[in-house]
Design a protein around this ligand. Structure first.
Ligand code: ZN
Ligand code: ZN
Length: 329
């Protein structure tokens, strides 16, 4: 909120940018114009200081609202990232380990529910039925949090309301998810980072690809947290050559079919051959997108694909969405 009163004063009453002296009888003191300029400069800086004090006062008395919860957003809030979301909402972004009571599939990250008893094996660990039946073309998929509550709200603000600065705090959470790979065998952090691309026309319409923003924030965070890792972002190497935005109300199988031929690797300089790729997406829903991208990357010679997403829609949510109208995935 700006102080309109002080701004209009500044613009009109004291706008002497031409430096014209006040009108008066001719033959006044020589150098009068210079004195006038000095006086007005002092006045203008006083008004500017006054404006800033009034602005601060107005922002304190009538703070803006948090875009997520509607609660008041004091200036002291969220200064670190400069986002229109309150500290409480940011602090409620919790990792899956804190919100889920069940174990996760060690490959795709699906919450196992009662299945965990049936398929726990001392050799393989926990594996969900789809991963047992058709092993994914990626090594492992991890996610920061369950796609619900504040995480879902903030991701919507970034994605559909264009609050791009939210990529900062959300990218930090994504970096936490990537660090889960540390415990995986042979993960050295020497990887090419690629965000799941949007169809070019959709990127133009939105003005950005949220997964690219999240990936770049996560990479810069990880450079500080894990300085020995060699992370190189090469988003342009994977292209979405088919618009698949309409796949929303499709079943998992329908999504997979719809994605056939949707992604293409353009790796003229052979940067990907034999490399590990960290594939980044905003949300993992059915896994169809990650599987299809990983297949394209593997066909282009990538050695291993690791998938990290900010959010993970667990099965009950996906079932709920497919029975009601759409959400993203
Ligand atoms: Zn809030
Ligand atoms: Zn699985």
């Amino acid at each position: 909120m700006r102080c309109v009163f002080s701004e209009s004063m500044n613009d009109n009453a004291l706008d002497v940018s031409t430096g014209a002296p006040p009108s008066g009888p001719p033959g006044r003191l020589p150098g009068g114009a210079v004195e006038w300029r000095a006086t007005t400069a002092v006045l203008r800086s006083t008004v500017r200081a006054f404006t800033s004090v009034v602005d601060d006062l107005v922002a304190t008395v009538f703070p803006a609202d948090c875009r997520a919860c509607g609660g008041s957003l004091l200036r002291a809030d969220s200064l670190r990232f400069d986002v229109p979301v309150c500290d409480l909402c940011l602090s409620r972004l919790s990792p899956q380990s804190e919100t889920l009571v069940t174990a996760l599939c060690r490959c795709c990250g699906e919450a196992m529910g009662m299945e965990s008893d049936r398929f726990a094996s001392p050799v393989e660990g926990l594996l969900c039925t789809p991963c047992r039946m058709v092993p994914p073309p990626f090594e492992r998929a991890v996610a920061f949090g369950v796609y619900e509550d504040e995480l879902r709200e903030l991701l919507h603000l970034l994605k559909y309301n264009g609050v791009r600065r939210l990529a900062g705090p959300l990218g930090h959470k994504l970096a936490q998810a990537v660090m889960l790979f540390e415990s995986a065998s042979q993960w050295t952090g020497d990887v090419v980072v690629i965000a799941v691309p949007l169809f070019a026309a959709n990127t133009r319409a939105r003005g950005f690809n949220q997964s690219t923003l999240l990936a770049d924030e996560a990479v810069s965070r990880l450079r500080k947290l894990r300085p020995t890792w060699k992370l190189a972002a090469r988003h342009g190497l994977l292209k979405r050559v088919k618009s698949t935005e309409s796949q929303f109300n499709l079943s998992t199988r329908g999504r997979r079919r719809n994605l056939v031929g949707a992604f293409k690797v353009e790796d003229a300089r052979n940067e990907l051959a034999g490399r590990d790729v960290l594939l980044i997406d905003d949300i993992y829903t059915s896994g169809a997108t990650s599987r299809t991208c990983a297949q394209a990357l593997r066909r282009a010679g990538v050695r291993r694909v690791w998938v990290a997403t900010l959010a993970r829609a667990q099965r009950e949510q996906v079932e709920f969405w497919s029975s009601s109208s759409g959400d993203s995935g």
